[in-house]
Design a protein around this ligand. Structure first.
Ligand code: ADP
Length: 197
């Protein structure tokens, strides 16, 4: 199964991707996590991405497409994967199509987590304060200024992808405002997964 989770920052893509990953035994490929790891490691990709990410902007398409192309080629992706945070622009979506086509693969479903803009800032503030309370390090881009830039990038660059995947007959919308367990149930329904209990 090859899936994309689409939605604005704070929509719950990471949370739901992780749950699907555990249930289906396929990896969650989060470009955000991969880029943060690259920044931490100080790799060439990380050096390129660090300031852009901290400001809330988008890392260049060729960089993220390169990361995903390498990751998808790994053996654990044979059974499928969940893309979380990729693609984020129309050129990234076109590159992904080409990449999959060259391997004789195709996407199964694109799930859009629909969430009102008004609650995104408070969700991200909550995540930052919970991380702090747990003794963790708050993401460099979980602050009001960077969030504004991330939302602008989402509306300008990423939201057109819903039209793109709708036109390809792949888009399934889910109400991301519901409690986590309800969102999970909706996704299970979309994916035709059998519910336990
Ligand atoms: P969120 O969805 O909460 O904004 P992510 O962890 O998905 O966070 O991404 C964090 C940052 O990493 C983005 O703001 C952007 O700078 C960079 N990034 C992640 N994925 C991509 C991508 N596909 N294209 C460009 N930049 C990306």
């Amino acid at each position: 199964m090859k899936l994309i989770l689409l939605g604005p920052p704070g929509a719950g893509k990471g949370t739901q991707s992780q749950l699907i990953s555990e249930k289906c035994g396929i990896p969650q490929l989060s470009t955000g996590d991969m880029l943060r790891a690259a920044v931490k490691a100080g790799s060439p990709v990380g050096l390129k991405a660090k300031a852009i990410m901290a400001a809330g902007g988008l890392v260049p398409d060729d960089v993220v497409v390169g990361i995903i192309a390498e990751r998808i080629a790994e053996p654990d992706c044979k059974k499928g994967f969940i893309l979380d945070g990729f693609p984020r622009t129309l050129p990234q979506a076109a590159s992904l199509d080409q990449l999959l086509k060259s391997k004789g693969l195709h996407l199964d479903t694109v799930i859009e987590l629909k969430v009102d803009d008004t609650i995104l800032a408070s969700r991200i503030e909550k995540r930052a304060s919970e991380t702090l309370a747990a003794g963790g390090t708050v993401r460099a881009d979980d602050n009001a200024d960077a969030l504004k830039t991330r939302l602008m990038a989402y509306y300008r660059e990423t939201s057109p992808l819903t039209g793109y995947y709708f036109a390809h007959g792949l888009l399934k919308a889910v109400d991301g405002m519901a409690p986590i367990a309800d969102v999970t149930r909706q996704i299970d329904d979309v994916l035709g997964l059998i519910r336990a209990g």
